[in-house]
Design a protein around this ligand. Sequence first.
Ligand code: ADP
Ligand code: 5SP
Length: 504
Amino acid sequence: MDYLMGIDLGTSSLKTLIMERNGKIIALSKCRYDVQSPMPGYMEQDPKIWWQACVQTIRDCLYKSGINSDEIASLGFSGQMHGLVLLDNKKELIRPAILHNDARSGDEVKELYELLGMKNIQEHLMNPLFTGSQITSLYWMKKNEVRQFRKIRYILSPKDYLLFRLTGVICTDYSDASATLLYDIKENRWWKKALECIGLSDLRMAPVQESIISVGKVLEAAGEETGISKKTVVCVGGGDQVMQALGNGVVEPGKATVTIGSSGQIFIPTDCPVGNPNYNMHTFCGAQENTWFSMGAILSAGLSLKWAGSVLEVNDFAELSRRAELAPAGSGGILFLPYLNGERTPHMNPMLRGGILGLNTKTGTNDFVRSVMEGVAFALREAMETCLQITPDPTLWIASGGGTQSNIWMEILADILGKPLYISKVEENAAVGAAITAGVGAGVYRNLKEGCKEVVSYQPDPVVPDVERIKQYEELYQIFKESYTANKMGLEKLSQIQRRDQDA
Ligand SMILES: Nc1ncnc2c1ncn2[C@@H]1O[C@H](COP(=O)(O)OP(=O)(O)O)[C@@H](O)[C@H]1O
Ligand SMILES: O=C(CO)[C@@H](O)[C@H](O)COP(=O)(O)O
């Protein structure tokens, strides 16, 4: 039988799975790791840890499945987007990866807007500039790590590093290329002006392929390390948002996903690159040429619940969900602002900080946990409304990510978005999407649409919003939006104090 392998490099863990062509998962393995924050606002990971996690989970999956590795027709990657991985001319790592949620380059964002010009950015990148994107992280390095900057020979996105370790091939895909903010989305090539502006040439950038393209076979040494056979075809894969969408059967306009992973996203496929007139959401390329999507991204979704758990010293998400179930809808009138590490859509502000408003003598820990889940859902609604200002509302919404494991969180999300939410029957949709992509690359499926049709089905009953709670949340949502405007300046000042104190 032909099996397919999907590998998803997340922010908090790496997941590998082996599935049959009909989507039945026969082995799944996860390896957790931490994000390092050596300075306030810095978010980094050592790519070698990703590779170790990749090796460990591949071996574990092969062992659990009991299959012969020759039977794996192909494998593909999904990866956290925007992050910066740098290799020197010996193809050695230059420094730890700077991640998508890094907030150090606020000044560089402002400078790059000046240097590149708003009109050019609108026309070529079709995205707002933001901290944690490759363009701003590279520009920060140029100013602050001159010696290391000079060593840069290859610039990769996170999943491309795993592809390189496995095959020796340097290459990326359209989705990750566009997410670097160094890529001209209209012209479909690296944007020379942006590269020149930060003192680099497009020779430093990886060749760009469709996600389904097979780049070759595993290297001898990597084969021995992982147990992957030389017969297995290795495909490029794509950014985790594109891969999770495919793993949820979202392959063309009409369907959309709302994701609660470590971060959170609204993902809407579009017929053309819609751009970003208000500089507060994203337009990126899809898995294949001439495919695009609009995206609203919030920085602390699942991460907010993780933080709440650490405050309460409850590190079990299922237990946190039970606690949220015990609190009333609206959490007794308290509101959580989930800006723990700044925010992207719609505020595009790395200097924001979180907040809890309306605390009173009756507020208890159950209210606190529920308000965190509600605050994340309010932020996702604001991201959704931002996208829907310029893209048509899809007919079907699918919830995705680790947050779907919580019934109460899904109920809250459906009520706050005011949308029935479908949930896929399988977990780990980004890894499933990577496996589907690899299946197309190896000829197991004729195309992505066929792969999605064979693999993806939804639980029979969507999570349906409740009419009464929709009304109740509407009132709170208006206060949530106003709270940003009312508190913005104070939150920014607090963030400055936090940086200053931690710097000292
Ligand atoms: N049983 C659960 N109940 C509530 N939330 C959960 C549960 N399991 C996972 N989560 C949420 O999902 C997040 C992880 O999502 P995941 O999609 O695995 O993230 P990533 O891909 O970024 O590593 C956790 O931080 C947590 O907030
Ligand atoms: O930043 C984005 C999208 O813009 C995220 O998709 C990251 O790529 C990481 O996702 P998680 O690991 O937090 O789910």
